[in-house]
Design a protein around this ligand. Structure first.
Ligand code: HEM
Length: 223
């Protein structure tokens, strides 16, 4: 079961993620959007969406660098596993809390505002709750980490991620086999987010609007 969940399932999830988004982009162009609801309500959106996005983007960048940088690089820089762990706990905790605040506001808005509720799909609502559970598991893992500050657990998770990338699922699932259940749930749900991705508004992440920085302003007049 461990090998299936952490050595095989991630590849199934990534296949659905890549192929699913490709098919959706090809066949469902008009559904490829953030699903903005700013037109219906903008005050709570601003209060929630900004901290949510700042938090989640920083947390995801941290995951990317933290999990995928080979530990030889950290050794070379003189950064020990426990130093890295402290840094990950502090940054993850800080931006995780910012993200959590935003997400709670977004959930309250989506369920509490009549107009937003009426125009929400089941997926819009489910996605916010799945992100909430994933975020809470991530924040909870900080307390698990605090129980042993030797950085060992983190090395196992790095080894899992890096072995996955080089297509060594057997070594990956072995590396993660005895980490704390909170980490396992967090990794499993993280992979499940890749499965959900093509069927949700998360597809908007592929379309980072980089050209915003260089294009001319759009004039939007208020009433
Ligand atoms: C790459 C940069 C990103 C940009 C530019 C961006 C942009 C947007 C925009 C414009 C909206 C619509 C807000 C509205 O007007 O209603 C939105 C909503 C949303 N985004 Fe992003 N996003 C980004 C990354 C992410 C990431 C990494 C995640 C999560 C993993 C995410 C999750 C969401 C969710 C869940 C909503 C819906 C919030 C609600 O309930 O209204 N976004 N995003």
């Amino acid at each position: 079961m461990n090998h299936f969940l952490f050595g095989i399932y991630p590849y199934i999830a990534l296949a659905i993620f890549f192929l699913g988004t490709l098919v959706r982009y090809d066949r469902e162009q008009y559904s490829w959007k953030t699903g903005s609801s700013q037109m219906l309500e903008s005050k709570a959106l601003k209060l929630g969406s900004r901290p949510f996005h700042i938090g989640i983007i920083m947390v995801l960048l941290g995951h990317f660098v933290g999990l995928l940088t080979p530990h030889q690089v950290w050794d070379f820089l003189g950064i020990t596993a426990s130093m890295k762990q402290v840094f990950a706990m502090a940054m993850g905790g800080f931006f995780g809390i910012i993200c959590l605040f935003g997400l709670v506001v977004l959930i309250k808005r989506r369920l509490g505002n009549e107009r937003i509720r009426a125009t929400s799909s089941t997926m819009d609502i489910a996605l916010l709750f799945i992100l909430l559970v994933q975020l809470l598991l991530g924040l909870l893992s900080i307390f698990v980490s605090a129980g042993h500050m030797d950085g060992e657990e983190m090395l196992k998770l790095m080894s899992w991620a890096q072995n996955m990338v080089i297509l060594n699922g057997v070594a990956a699932s072995a590396a993660i086999a005895d980490v704390h259940i909170i980490f396992k749930l967090h990794v499993f749900l993280g992979m499940t987010l890749f499965v959900i991705f093509p069927f949700s508004r998360l597809v908007h992440i592929w379309s980072v609007p980089v050209s915003y920085f260089s294009r001319n302003y759009q004039i939007v007049r208020s009433k």
